[in-house]
Design a protein around this ligand. Structure first.
Ligand code: PGA
Length: 313
């Protein structure tokens, strides 16, 4: 079936609204008054509509308007179209009232440890809201944000070259870890230079954790002894456990992800302390559902998450 292109000829829905008013009022003047338009504007719009449908819409007989068959058909479609918009309007305001819909969240890999804890309570409060949850490293999440695919993003290092609205909501301490039987495990105030000599397991290019570590070390002109690049926090933890080296990871990967077999080292000038942000492009307006989530985080979510974190450490 080929699709009619008529809608492309009809200038605006407003023309249909004008036609319907003229039909209901029985006169151009009365319709103009009802719509707060001038009479020539109404006549002009009707003329355009008639030419778009390529048919006369009515005849003027004395002071009366007699609608042609084509005119009546357009009136009937106009009614349907406007009713559809009314229904859409209702659905949208229901969505606003009921807080229903889908929350699209995309978070950096390290945030996947704690964001689900926020979502658990949120979903209980708003059972009509579905969650679409994507995880990637910092660069992958920046790429998603540029295409505007999601409502909100979680970063601890939001890109600086974008116009962003950011909501700071939690500290993200990056701590030094080693296997629990490591000789430095019980040493106090290890100089950062000493720690840097240990074989280091680094996250991949594009990782926010890596970005923070590199910046921290470059600021202090200290070079890490990088031995291996590993693409996942979990794999780094296992590699550290098995004695392949030391690393620096978000403490959330330990508190929510487990710390068995690992020791947190007491290194001078650590932890690195970035902050978690919920972020969206300034140019993208927030959906009601996304605003509801932001309000939830700042009203209660953030505090209960902090409580949970403190009880785990
Ligand atoms: P990552 O990001 O998971 O890409 O390392 C964490 C962050 O942005 O701090």
């Amino acid at each position: 079936m080929t699709q009619s292109r008529l809608h492309a000829h009809i200038g605006t829905v407003r023309q249909l609204e004008i036609l319907l008013a003229v039909y209901q009022q029985g006169s151009v003047t009365a319709a103009a008054e009802q719509l707060h338009l001038t009479q020539p504007t109404v006549s002009m719009q009707l003329k355009k509509l008639a030419s778009a449908v390529d048919a006369r819409l009515y005849d003027q007989v004395g002071r009366k308007l007699i609608f042609t068959e084509a005119g009546l058909a357009v009136v009937s479609t106009a009614r349907e179209v406007l009713q559809s918009f009314d229904r859409l309007d209702m659905t949208l305001s229901q969505l606003k009232g009921m807080k229903a819909g889908t929350l699209k969240l995309a978070v950096v890999t390290t945030a996947k440890y704690f964001i689900p804890h926020l979502l658990g309570d949120f979903c209980k409060l708003y059972p009509e809201i579905d969650i679409d949850f994507k995880v990637g490293n910092r660069q992958q999440i920046i790429d998603r944000m540029e295409t505007g695919e999601d409502d909100l993003y979680v970063f601890s290092h939001p890109p600086r070259d974008h116009a962003l609205q950011t909501y700071n909501f939690l500290p993200n301490p990056l701590v030094a870890i080693a296997p629990e039987d490591h000789p430095l495990a019980n040493v106090a105030a290890i100089p950062l230079e000493t720690f840097a000599e240990e074989p280091f397991l680094m996250r991949e290019n594009g990782s926010g954790t890596r970005h923070a570590i590199e910046q921290h070390m470059a600021d202090r002109e200290i070079k890490l002894n990088v031995r291996m690049t590993i693409e996942s926090n979990e794999a780094i933890k296992h590699a550290v456990m098995s004695g392949l080296g030391v690393s620096i990871l978000s403490s959330h990967t330990l508190s929510f992800g487990g710390r068995t077999g690992l020791a947190e080292l007491n290194v001078q000038q650590l932890p690195i302390t970035p902050t978690w942000y919920l972020v969206h492009l300034k140019s993208k307006s927030l959906s009601v559902v996304a605003q509801t989530f932001l309000d939830y985080v700042s009203d209660t979510g953030r505090d209960s998450l902090l409580e949970e974190l403190n009880s785990q450490t």
